[in-house]
Write a protein that binds this ligand. Structure first.
Ligand code: F6R
Length: 612
């Protein structure tokens, strides 16, 4: 979703800004623009379409300014167009601003500004920002160093909703103001320069030292300095945080696409996520958690709340927590949870999963749970992300930056972390069953088995070539395999645009089997020895109605019944999704490639969904 980049330093800003936007392209966008301070005036270059089109705009090469802001827009208010693209300027061309998020009361503010003589040229909510700042600026008769800051602060006090804002003013050529509320923004500290970005990977090649902003902390940046102010404009101290990822880990490393690279990074991501938390002969350790047996015994319910793929990881988490710890666990979609008045009290533990840590619905669900008295744990891949700053406790997947919009290594790492978390709960409760010992052993063998699975799964490419022109593909499973079927189906939809559904195999006869007709492709997953025969029977029902079937399994089944069978290594059923999803990620990937689609940036999707 929208991306923000900014630069203030001693170098020409425009190429840095455009390169930064290119690195944020994966978030999804439909238009792009930049604005710099040029001598006494503000420049403004923007258009709908790709970031690289900015290079063709007349005058772009003549920009000399060393301070500027930039934006990729993912349309919310108003269609993709030049007028609606950011940056937006106020009527007097004194301020230029970019914004990520939604100003919910923009209609009211537009009316107020309209009544005060301001005109609007776009349909966006964002255009109220520079104009309202100008309104307060023009009313302030005190021409001191803080006048620009006071105007931004006054405007922000009027905004309802979420925002990350970067704003420059032609009267303050050595300053940029940055502020966020419920929307991501980080500041990278360089030598005589500062970089601003919606996320860390976009500016990792410039610096590893970042300031992470909390809600409504106003930052006044100059070339050598960053000053932070609270909502009352009292100055506050902030330290930088050093980020361990290096820029190379967010490059493609010879793979055609980020998605393929990330699929192949899963053995490493799982190794890193296991880290030192789990050993065969000692209890699981989470430095970040200090739960006691008494606390866990008193929990009445666990909620796992997330969106999309992260929610699918949560379904695997529910299975393992309920089976190992015997604590009732419910999984909710964050956008539903937040509005359904969930039953929560101080005996409820809520776990929020978010790769980016910036998903608006998940953050809102977390805030609601805290208000209702629950203890909250964030599971994220991004240190310092909003969700980790809101939650009582944060635990991290160590998948490294995930750039492709379709999530792969983040999903398997989330599953891994939730299983380790469940073991930690079980051991804290002194549940000391043999099955935990066995599970730990199986987890430690998992990275090797993942490598093996990746090799075995490559031959799915041939099957993908056979079915890439189909219009509907179904996925089936039972128990834990049903959760994998959901994830596999989502992956296929996202990057191949083929209509797909997933069903609990036993549910087919209750309606969906009416959709099965001659030649249709049905993919099934069978990794649970207790359920495999039942699933085979359900698949036979679709075969007898003419379906082509592909099976992912670690069981001994009669291969001759099916069009294709991918045999993956056997493992503990708690962690089997980490292996069984691999051939299905590759299935979607190769179908998308065969169709000639942009695998990393599927249409209409954004990597980080920062609006509801
Ligand atoms: C699908 C996908 C999305 C995300 C969802 C939540 O491939 O990536 O469904 O899982 O938007 O994102 P995070 O985990 O960043 O909260």
């Amino acid at each position: 979703m929208c991306g923000i980049v900014g630069y203030i330093g001693t170098k020409k800003a425009s190429p840095i800004l455009i390169n930064g936007l290119i690195r944020l392209e994966y978030r999804g966008y439909d238009s792009a623009g930049i604005s710099t301070i040029e001598k006494e005036n503000l420049s403004l270059m923007k258009d709908k379409g790709r970031v690289k089109n900015l290079y063709n705009l007349p005058g772009i090469d003549d920009l000399e300014g060393t301070i500027g802001i930039a934006h990729t827009r993912w349309a919310t208010h108003g269609k993709p167009s030049k007028e609606n693209s950011h940056p937006h300027m106020d009527n007097s061309n004194t301020f230029s601003a970019v914004h990520n998020g939604i100003i919910e009361n923009y209609n009211e503010l537009r009316k107020f500004l309209g009544d005060n003589g301001y005109t609007f040229y776009s349909q966006t909510d964002t255009e109220v920002i520079p104009n309202l700042v100008h309104y307060y600026y023009s009313k302030d008769t005190n021409n001191d160093d803080l006048k620009f800051l006071r105007a931004v602060k006054s405007a922000c006090s009027d905004f309802k909703g979420s925002f990350a804002i970067e704003i420059i003013c032609k009267d303050y050529p050595d300053n940029m103001i940055v502020v966020r509320k419920d929307s991501p923004l980080v500041i990278g500290k360089g030598d005589e320069e500062n970089f601003i970005s919606s996320d860390i990977p976009a500016i990792l090649s410039f610096t590893r030292d970042f300031y992470l902003l909390d809600d409504l902390e106003f930052t006044v940046l100059s070339r050598n300095d960053a000053k932070f102010y609270d909502i009352n404009l009292n100055q506050i101290d902030k330290k930088t945080k050093t980020i361990e990822w290096d820029a190379a880990s967010s490059e493609k490393n010879g793979f055609d696409d980020y998605m393929l690279k990330e699929i192949y990074e899963q053995p490493t991501a799982i190794r890193e996520t296991i880290g030192a938390k789990l050993n065969e002969n000692s209890k699981c350790e989470f430095d970040e958690l200090n739960f006691t047996k008494e606390y866990l015994e008193n929990i009445n319910k666990i909620y796992i709340v997330a969106c999309g793929t992260a929610m699918h990881a949560g379904l695997v988490g529910k299975n393992v927590i309920e089976k190992l710890c015997k604590i009732q666990t419910e999984v909710d979609i964050a956008s539903e949870f937040r509005y359904r008045d969930p039953i929560i009290d101080d005996k409820t533990l809520c776990i929020f999963i978010s790769q980016s840590g910036e998903t608006a619905d998940t953050i809102a669900a977390l805030k609601l749970s805290k208000e209702k008295g629950a203890k909250t744990i964030a599971v994220s891949n991004v240190i310092g992300s909003s969700i980790t700053r809101e939650a009582d406790y944060s635990v991290y997947t160590h998948a490294g930056p995930e750039i492709a919009v379709a999530s792969t290594k983040a999903y398997t790492s989330q599953v891994m972390l939730l299983v380790i978390l469940a073991i930690y709960f079980a051991e804290t409760l002194y549940i000391n069953e043999d099955k935990i010992k066995e599970l730990k052993k199986d987890i430690l063998e998992l990275p090797k088995k993942l490598e093996e699975t990746l090799k075995i799964s490559e031959n799915i490419k041939e099957f993908a070539k056979k079915v890439y022109q189909e219009t509907d593909i179904f996925f089936l499973g039972r128990g834990i395999d049903e959760t994998v079927a959901r994830e596999a189906s989502l992956k296929l939809k996202e990057i191949s645009y083929i209509h797909s559904e997933s069903y609990a195999a036993g549910e087919l006869k209750h309606g969906p089997i009416a959709l099965i007709e001659n030649g249709i492709t049905v993919v099934s997953i069978m990794t649970d020895s207790k359920l495999v025969e039942k699933t085979v029977s359900n698949v036979q029902e679709v075969i007898s109605r003419g379906a082509k079937t592909i099976v992912v399994t670690n069981q001994n089944i009669d291969d001759t019944m099916f069009e294709k069978v991918i045999h993956i290594p056997t493992t503990n059923s708690f962690i089997s999704p980490i292996l069984s999803i691999i051939p299905l990620q590759l299935f979607s990937y190769y179908i998308s490639k065969e169709k000639g689609l942009d695998v990393d940036k599927p249409r209409n999707l954004a990597k980080s969904v920062t609006v509801e």
